[in-house]
Design a protein around this ligand. Sequence first.
Ligand code: FAD
Length: 499
Amino acid sequence: MAKKVIIIGGGVAGLSSAIYLQKNGYQTIVLEKNSTLGGACIGWERKGCYIDGCIHWLVGANPKSPTYKLWEEVGALSNDVEIFNQEDFCVLDFADGKKFTMWTDLERLEKDLIAFAPEDQKQIKKFCRLVKRFEKINAPTEKPTDLMNLWDFLKIGFTMAGDYYHYGKACKVSCQDYSKKFKNPYLRKWIAEHMSANYNLMSFLYMYAHVTSKDGGIPIGGSVGLVERIKEKAVSLGAEIRVLAEVEKIDIENGVAKGVTLKNGESLQSDWIISTAPIEYTLKNLLNSKYSFKNFEFMFEDRKNYPIYTFTTAVFKVQGDGAKYPLSHRVFLSDAIKLEKEHGSVTFRNYSYDKTLKTPDGHFVVQATLSGDDEMYFWWKDIKEKGDYRAKKQEIAQKLLEIYLAKYPELDGKVEIIDTITPMTYERYLNGRNGSFQAFVHTSTGKAINKKGVIKGLKNFHLAGQWLLAGGGLPPAVITSRFTAQRICKADKIKFKSK
Ligand SMILES: Cc1cc2nc3c(=O)[nH]c(=O)nc-3n(C[C@H](O)[C@H](O)[C@H](O)COP(=O)(O)OP(=O)(O)OC[C@H]3O[C@@H](n4cnc5c(N)ncnc54)[C@H](O)[C@@H]3O)c2cc1C
């Protein structure tokens, strides 16, 4: 009889884990607390408009990329899924009217930046060379290091040694420090703030290199389309999927995970349990703080080196032709907008590139986003506790709308605020640390996380999902699921199959 695996969480990691294990003869059941699947990879509808809650760029969108193979294995991407590759990744629009575009064509970027800041010609060329180098750098996807043999390590060493040197170096430099290499104040601002000053340079280069190499496109059909395809694959392989099935605790007997108890009191038993819920939540709530996940928990106490990433977003329904406006427009402000700190810029993202996403005729959706860290979460939490949450959300959304209209006065009277999302939304929806939807930010002073997901003293249990790999995001969700399935197969002496 097939061994049974309970998977906590119906996000990309949970559904992908189910697929890999079903392919290897296990009977899986996915338990998701929300009424919809996808976790942080979501989308929803308001006032006739689809609001995409996730994908801005997907590593592995290019069939030549090693991560593409994994997306194919879980049914997320195939020849039938069209990918939108942006040309203008972001328009940087400074308060005094100066502007330049982050092109995804590196030659065009280099030419434009040199024209914009000739004093930085040498540094701009160096930067573009560095991005080019990063186009070849990918996280290992085939198997985890603990399952590699000497030959696997040698192969990585021979092919990637030079690149990993640059990778390691870029991990130790913050975007803020790197920006000081440029003389031009606008280029400095761009590099320091594109992700946020404490991100390491590697994160910035990795992101940009994937879009310049056309391996960071956006699947048409949005985040919900991607999750729907993964779900269909899981179901077609025989996985059982339950929504509104919140797990309250993991049941353990003599150091062996035996099953779970749901919030509704129901108990389920299995041979293996995987939790893809955020790690801090799993340890503190589902395991009742009884187990320690070595070399991970210290990060919970160190917000400076291990901050989280979160958003405050207002969503607009706009009447007009979206094709006339930039896809991603970062507007720097002369009067900062104050939340937990003075935010000197807002990013407006226009979703008109995907005609399959539901929007009433003649309209498009724009999201206005302020990004923040743990402090943004604590600021909103305090407001919520004092009872002013709804009014504050409206006030911030209104301010963001005013900034948008000041930029595009022709849209006055044609824009409606249809939703507001804060770190409190993410906390409620995902059980994520301090309203985060991604794993810890990879700073220049923090260690790179690459964890196995095994807890000492607790048998038949694995952690999987984005929190096991530095920076988080969708690729770590699918990669860690594959790795976890490989480890379970190894423990059960099953030769792992990915097809
Ligand atoms: C606005 C936004 C933009 C993003 N942009 C990108 C992007 O451009 N590219 C990219 O790669 N990534 C992006 N991400 C991040 C990406 O969505 C996540 O990294 C990824 O979806 C994480 O997947 P996961 O399955 O590991 O975790 P999650 O999605 O967090 O899944 C965990 C699941 O566990 C469930 N759960 C929690 N507790 C319980 C419980 N007690 N019982 C049952 N279920 C439970 C949660 O509801 C959730 O569904 C973005 C996310 C957001 C929100």
